[in-house]
Design a protein around this ligand. Structure first.
Ligand code: MG
Length: 169
């Protein structure tokens, strides 16, 4: 991120909550590397970090992050009303709103993000395996989809730029 860029409250909160919930930029960059390694010779982790940073700078992404993490945090504290408390607290598989929220991130750099998202959601490499570990007592019903979606969007941006598609954002 550019040094002279002013970080507002929404972006600051989104970034801080990711960290506080155990997700580092590098964890997401490693997912991007996992998705894109086979398509780009000499792909560097720094390229993946840079693309994750660009995704995180978008307001619609920040909004999805703070909304999803807020619900996870409230569920973890048992502070939601029923039936939502049980649904989110147990990560009920047919709920689906966590994935719908993540779609608002997946698509910011074009529809190939969907392919990446579906793939990584099935494979659950790296940080995604930890976020899906139900034995920790933590609630990451929304966060796992958000992290997968950020990685998918960053992969999409990286692929577009590698293909020489002129995108200014
Ligand atoms: Mg989920």
């Amino acid at each position: 991120m550019a040094d002279n860029k002013k970080i507002d409250l929404t972006e600051e909160t989104a970034r801080r909550w990711l960290t506080e919930r155990g997700v580092q930029i590098k964890d997401i960059a490693e997912l991007v590397f996992y998705l894109q390694e086979k398509y780009h010779e000499n792909l560097q982790i720094e390229d993946c970090v840079a693309n994750v940073e660009r995704v995180l700078s978008k307001r619609e992404v920040q909004n999805a992050i703070i909304t999803g993490i807020q619900l996870d945090m409230l569920a973890e504290k048992g502070m939601l009303e029923e039936p939502l408390q049980s649904i989110i607290g147990t990560d009920e598989s047919l709920y689906g709103v966590d994935e719908i929220l993540a779609f608002s991130i997946v698509n910011v750099y074009g529809s190939i993000g969907f392919t990446n998202y579906g793939y990584i959601d099935k494979q659950k490499p790296g940080i995604l395996a930890r976020l899906n570990d139900k034995s920790t007592g933590e609630c990451h019903t929304f966060l796992d989809d958000i992290v997968g979606a950020i990685a998918a969007a960053a992969s999409s941006r990286l692929a577009h730029r590698a293909a020489g598609v002129d995108r200014k954002d």
